[in-house]
Design a protein. Structure first.
Length: 157
């Protein structure tokens, strides 16, 4: 049975994108941000269409994303939560992810999750430009594609 297939493009030329970055574990998150910004540029996003916001930590990502949402076609949320010896990791990581999901569903603005949740610093470094690539770059591509897909889906209503 034939059916319509929809997919977003990777053309960011006309997108307004918010990039929200946690300052905590900054040596990791700066690499994620660099990867995201390079990917946005690669796909044609104009500098004036990027809102770059820094927040203290991962816990603050959802509120900043919610504040940016009315002005953006997509948001890229970047942070790094590294497991420690206390349950703090689960609360911060879980709260940030749940909050970002709620913001996206509530506002209809796609939020790409570039929040690393790792067992140690080496794993975080490996995912922020190391041997496992740059999850900031991957989040940027996901944000571009989903923003364009949402625009297409709104047109078929």
């Amino acid at each position: 049975m034939p059916y319509d297939t929809f997919q977003g493009s990777l053309d960011a030329a006309n997108l307004r994108v918010g990039v929200v970055v946690s300052r905590f574990n900054g040596f990791i998150t700066e690499q994620l941000a660099q990867g995201a910004l390079e990917m946005l540029e690669k796909h044609g996003c104009r500098h004036e269409n990027i809102s770059f916001v820094k927040v203290p930590g991962a816990w603050e990502l959802p509120l900043a994303a919610k504040s940016l949402a009315p002005h953006c076609d997509a948001i890229i949320a970047l942070g790094a939560v590294v497991r420690g010896d206390t349950p703090h990791f689960e609360y911060v990581a879980g709260g940030a992810v749940t909050g970002l999901n709620h913001v996206s569903l509530e506002t209809g603005v796609p939020i790409a999750l570039g929040l690393l949740t790792t067992d140690d610093l080496q794993q975080a470094m490996d995912r922020a430009g190391g041997k496992n690539g740059n999850k900031g770059s991957e989040a940027a591509e996901a944000a571009i594609e989903l923003a364009n897909l949402i625009k297409v889906l709104k047109e078929i209503r």
